[in-house]
Ligand binder design. Structure first.
Ligand code: ADP
Ligand code: ADP
Length: 228
């Protein structure tokens, strides 16, 4: 469902962030992306959700060549991809409910379905009771759960998570991993960049290691493999 063929990304300042990456990720896989800071992990993820376009090479997501996508098709592809960040990126003046509903409004989902669906995903992440709180009234782990609810509300086929546990303590991180595992189990592909050695070594999923813009390791039940 995600395929890169000889993908290069050079930023305008001349930095070669990716240098000839080829990879296939199938439907329903759970993939950890590891490697040193500055290796190209975020760039790899941004190319998948079309925050960036490749300088050279091809990327297809669900059969769309997303490097060459017509402007009007971009929203259609994006709704099939949910994104989660280290810093949550919730809208501070909206409640948890409104943050999640906003993602449905953006794609112009029918109003009738909205309330039911938002409450359904808030229930899935365990925060139905806190639907009316603003982000500042929630703990870090709870804010990430709201961000996950927002990412899955439109039923995407893929979740891209860029260091989702980077700001959370170990116990809270495990809760977030259990939730992502459950979402994967229900049929969503997950690609997650992480520096969390414990999580990678315990969960034993596919591990793709990126160093200096290249994939240097791709293991099926892999390990973290670094000391940082
Ligand atoms: P990682 O996520 O592994 O830390 P990144 O993909 O963020 O790596 O960065 C890869 C390289 O590209 C680094 O050298 C970084 O400084 C550079 N880089 C990332 N984004 C930009 C940008 N917008 N402009 C210029 N250079 C960038
Ligand atoms: P954690 O240890 O997970 O970071 P916190 O100590 O931040 O959690 O929060 C513990 C509980 O208190 C959570 O259920 C959270 O919703 C609630 N809480 C935290 N900050 C506030 C706040 N400013 N107003 C209301 N409730 C809060």
């Amino acid at each position: 469902m995600i395929e890169m063929q000889d993908v290069w990304k050079t930023y305008p300042n001349g930095t070669h962030a990716l240098q000839g990456v080829s990879v296939k990720i199938d439907r329903n896989e759970f993939v950890y992306v590891v490697g040193p800071s500055g290796a190209g992990k975020s760039t790899f993820m941004k190319l998948i959700y079309r925050e960036e376009v490749p300088t050279k090479g091809q990327i297809s997501v669900n059969g769309f060549n997303i490097g060459k996508l017509k402007q009007r098709k971009i929203p259609y592809v994006r709704r099939n991809i949910g994104v989660i960040f280290q810093d949550f990126r919730l809208l501070p003046r909206l409640t948890a409910y409104e943050n999640v509903a906003f993602a449905m409004e953006v794609i112009e989902a029918p109003k009738r379905q909205m309330k039911k669906r938002v409450m359904e995903v808030l229930d899935l992440v365990g925060l139905k009771a806190k639907a009316n709180r603003q982000p500042a009234q929630l703990s870090g782990g709870e804010q990430q759960r709201i961000a996950i609810a927002r990412a899955i509300v439109n039923n995407p086929s893929v979740i891209i998570a860029d260091e989702p546990t980077g700001n959370l303590d170990p116990e809270t991180s495990w809760g977030i991993m259990q939730l992502l595992d459950e979402i994967n189990f229900r049929g969503t592909t997950i690609v997650m960049a992480t520096h969390n050695k414990d999580i990678v070594n315990t969960m034993r999923k596919r591990v793709i290691a990126i160093e200096q813009g290249n994939i240097v390791r791709d293991q099926l039940r892999g390990e973290y493999g670094y000391d940082f």
